[in-house]
Write a protein that binds this ligand. Sequence first.
Ligand SMILES: O=c1ccn([C@@H]2O[C@H](COP(=O)(O)O)[C@@H](O)[C@H]2O)c(=O)[nH]1
Length: 272
Amino acid sequence: MTTQQLVDQIHKKQSFLCIGLDTDLEKIPAHLLQEEDPIFAFNKAIIDATHHLCVAYKPNTAFYEAYGLKGWKSLEKTIEYLNSSYPELFTIADAKRGDIGNTSTRYAKAFFEELNFDSLTIAPYMGRDSVEPFLEFKDKHTILLALTSNAGAFDFQTQSVDGQELYKKVLETSKTYKNSENLMYVVGATKAEFLKEIRQIIPERFLLVPGVGAQGGSLEEVCRYGMNEKVGLLINSSRGIIYASDTRDFAESAAQEAQKLKNQMELLLKNR
Ligand SMILES: O=c1ccn([C@@H]2O[C@H](COP(=O)(O)O)[C@@H](O)[C@H]2O)c(=O)[nH]1
C-alpha cells in the first residue's frame, strides 16, 4: 500500500486508529476454545466487527510465535483474511526485527512477500546495513523503533551520545538511509511531550503510536504535538479494544471501545 492510499483512507473514514491483535488464548472468551483455530476465530470476529472504525491492524507476532507452528498458521490466516476481505486496510507485523544485511533481507521476504504485510517494525540498534534491506521493497513500510512507550526507553533511548539523545540520532541518521521515504517510526503515546521535537526532525513521516488505553497515554496530547498536515499518525490500541469483554458479545464490546476512540479522532480532525 502506498502512503497516499493510507492517507486517503484516514480522510475517508475520519479515523487513524490501529487495532492491535495481541491475541492470547488465556484471555479470549472460553467458548472460542472449542473452535479448530481459536486465535483466528477471535481475530476474524474482531476484524469483522471493527474494520469500518479503523485504518490498520497490528498483530504482534510474539502472541502467535508463542504457540509455535499453530500460532504461525493463525497469523497467516489472519493476514490472508485481512488482505482478501479488507484490502483497503493497512497491515503491520509488529515483529521488531533487524540483523546483518543478508538476514534482514530474509526477514523482509518473510513478512513483505511470503505473508504480504504492508509494514514491519524494526529495531534500529544494528544500524544502516540492518535497516536498508527492508527499505528496498516498493510500497512496503519499515517502522523503526524511535522512542518506545515502556519505562525502559529511558535506559538508552533518551541518553546523550555525542551531545544528542540517542532516539534523535536514530531519527536524524535514518533520514540519510537509501529509500528513507519508506520509513515510519514508533513513538510511544506515553512520550507525547517529546513529539514536538520529534516532528522538527521528521515532519513528514508517519508515526505508529502505541500506549493509549492500557498503558495510559493521552490521545489528545499525541495529536496536539504529533499530527502533521497528512495526519501522520496511526494510534494503536490492543488490549483496551480486543479484551473489552470476555463474554459471547466480545466483538460488539470491542467495536464499542473502537467507536469511542474513533469518535475522539473524528473530533480532533475536525478541530485541528
Ligand atoms: O513502544 C512500543 C512498541 C510496541 N508496543 C506494542 O504495542 C502494543 C500495545 O498494546 P496495548 O495493549 O495497547 O498496551 C503491544 O503489542 C506492544 O508490544 C508498545 O506497546 N510500545
